[in-house]
Design a protein around this ligand. Structure first.
Ligand SMILES: [Zn+2]
Length: 316
């Protein structure tokens, strides 16, 4: 009797223990599902964030490139944007491209489906990554590299028209033929500035000196060297040139070059020309260039006068 009772008691104890163990197991299993589910969600959300960042970078690059294309080769904006999106890992992605001519801005919007891996367990099979970027074009206020030592007096310039960037003997103002002294003076400094470009910082409002004298030899040699330095095939022309062509030069626009001898003149802006030739020998080297629109990496300003040389900046 006693034995029986004890046995019964033991049985109750073990049943109690088994049921405790059972609920622990269930709790453990549920916890695992919650943990795994959270981890899955975190993984998918992390992947989505990474994809958004990658798409953002690609859209930024495409927007800058398309804005440059808009200025340099109007009509090619979409093709250029698509090629930049492809280069940055998004071949064939759908995108909208808007150009606001009033505000000088270009905007690209792109979106992409990002498939969920673990999220499918919870019934969510994808998310959409969106990206939007806009770039603005503004006239350049300062330059820090590559300025050539020629200057034009401030005047309305016509795109596609040919200008004389440096005159020959007898045709300049008294002693000034269109040359300026940058970072020093003298013929050898002037020649270096033609071939290499001046790398100091020049800003609108800065006072610079003219470089009087005909400087015919260095002018002819420097410009001939630049003309021969177009490495592109087919060769660049004033209507179709590569942005990195040696024949595309930036010069300064000043208040007036009608000064006598070495004088200080004031920078009004920067303009780009495609070098088309250098005529004459002896004292008559005349430099010709076609006024073109161009893009540079200089500092920009909304209020700066427009001389056809622009910087491009992402605005959002
Ligand atoms: Zn070229």
């Amino acid at each position: 009797m006693l034995k029986n009772h004890l046995h019964k008691k033991n049985g109750m104890v073990s049943r109690f223990l088994i049921s405790e163990r059972g609920s622990s197991m269930i709790f453990f299993a549920l916890s695992l599902i919650v943990i795994a589910g959270s981890a899955a969600l975190v993984t998918d959300i992390g992947m989505l964030a990474m994809e958004k960042a990658r798409l953002g970078n690609a859209v930024d690059a495409a927007t800058l490139a398309a804005t440059r294309a808009h200025l340099e080769r109007p009509g090619t904006e979409r093709t250029v944007a698509a090629s930049y999106l492809e280069k940055n890992g998004f071949p064939g992605i759908q995108f909208n491209l808007d150009i606001d001519l009033q505000d000088n801005t270009l905007e690209i919007m792109a979106s992409e489906d990002v498939p969920y891996g673990f999220g499918r367990i919870l019934g969510v099979d994808k998310a959409i990554a969106h990206s939007r970027a806009a770039a603005k074009v503004l006239p350049v206020l300062s330059m820090t590299h590559g300025i050539r030592p020629f200057a034009l007096s401030d005047m309305p310039l016509v795109f596609g028209a040919s200008y004389t960037l440096k005159n020959g003997g007898g045709s300049g103002y008294t002693g000034n033929y269109g040359a300026i002294a940058l970072g020093g003076n003298g013929a050898s400094n002037y020649l270096d500035n033609i071939v290499e470009g001046y790398d100091g910082r020049l800003m609108v409002g800065d006072q610079i000196d003219t470089e009087p004298g005909n400087m015919s030899g260095p002018t002819y040699n420097g410009v001939t060297s630049l003309l021969a330095d177009c490495i592109h095939n087919p060769k660049c022309t004033a209507t179709s040139f590569e942005p990195d062509c040696a024949r595309l030069i930036t010069i300064v626009i000043v208040d007036s070059m009608a000064v006598n001898g070495r004088k200080t003149v004031k920078i009004k802006g920067f303009a780009s020309f495609f070098l088309t030739g250098v005529d004459g020998q002896g004292k008559d080297s005349v430099v010709h260039g076609t006024f073109v629109r161009s893009i540079t990496s200089g500092e920009m300003d909304e209020g700066q006068s427009d001389y056809g040389l622009y910087g491009v900046r992402l605005i959002q």
